[in-house]
Design a binder for this molecule. Sequence first.
Ligand SMILES: *Cc1c(COP(=O)(O)O)cnc(C)c1O
Length: 391
Amino acid sequence: MSHHLLQERLDGIRTGGLFRSLRQIAGVGPRVSLGDQDCLLLCSNNYLGLADHLDLKRAAVEAAFRFGTSSGASRLVSGSFSLHDELEQKVAEWKGTETALLFNSGYAANTGIIAAVAGRGDIIFSDRLNHASSIDGALLSGARLVRYPHNDCVALARLLARHQTDGLRLIVTDGVFSMDGDLAPFEELVALARHHEALLMVDDAHGGGILGPEGRGSAALAGLQEGIPLQMGTFGKALGSFGAYLACSQAMREYLINRSRSLIFSTSLPPAVLAASLAAIRLVRSEEGEQRRRRLAENVALFRQGLQRAGFTVPEGCTPIVPILVGDPVVTMTFSERLLEAGFFVQGIRPPTVPRGTSRLRCTVMASHTAADLDGAVEALGRIARGLGVL
Ligand SMILES: *Cc1c(COP(=O)(O)O)cnc(C)c1O
């Protein structure tokens, strides 16, 4: 691309109010520094505060000393260690599935799983608000992509009846929607998948660790894990580590080892990361994990109620993801800047991450926030929103 064309495209992004740049941050919260400013972090997915937990750090360091810093190859060449097998076994035990398969990230999992499972002649039914990685997987697959209105099972039923194929039909949904914080309608989805003989896949990047018994995730919260053959989740959010997994059947695991390109053509997760993920699963299943989830739930209730009292429209929900809808991308970024000046870091989220006209502040609550932290945040959000005419 010529320099001129590049500049022209960048200008196009700028005039739309959609220019993005990276911001250097130090720390994993709840207090962090951004440049020379200290602030309260209100937009991290480190919900349980595990990213700097001593158990995880120690496990990572010890594994690096013992096994080295890289796996040195993909799983299928010479990069499949005992730690990979052990972590897959622990994930399967935790999720209550036959087995599990690791992926290098949630993005790599969704693209690698969906594009391997579905192909030409197949149809993928995808919630309109699904994460970009699921959509990219669907586009890569070459299958027909049918997007249904968010959480609308009546519309999905109609689309399933209308779009028939001799091939496979795959329904894909986020368990917790990453930018809205609401849950998928599991009961209806499981029933629809069964009735229409479709395969159901849930991306639980934001549910794992924090929802359901032992933090088994959003489907476990609904008591419906059994009805979902493909349960994907990640280690990089509540679990404080990095990477992803699919909890699935043995046959599916074997198939993906043979067909999933993001697994076959990529160096596998390194020892330090695997060990940290193992420590994280131990933690979320322990009494300490339960305590952290309780703290998180209290904080979520406090923050959601506080915002409602301050006059914000907050959708009902139990997850730590709390969107404040602004609409305009430029106003959204001004809102975020003013908050930062007041000592609170909440990143603005704009298209294409969210649909046009729905730019927002995506606030996230952590177990390690104090009540005073959250009261202060609510006060600042209300004051600045009124100043900008958002409230
Ligand atoms: C973050 C996220 C992913 C991607 O996971 P990474 O491990 O960060 O690549 C996938 N799906 C959803 C819903 C997410 O929120």
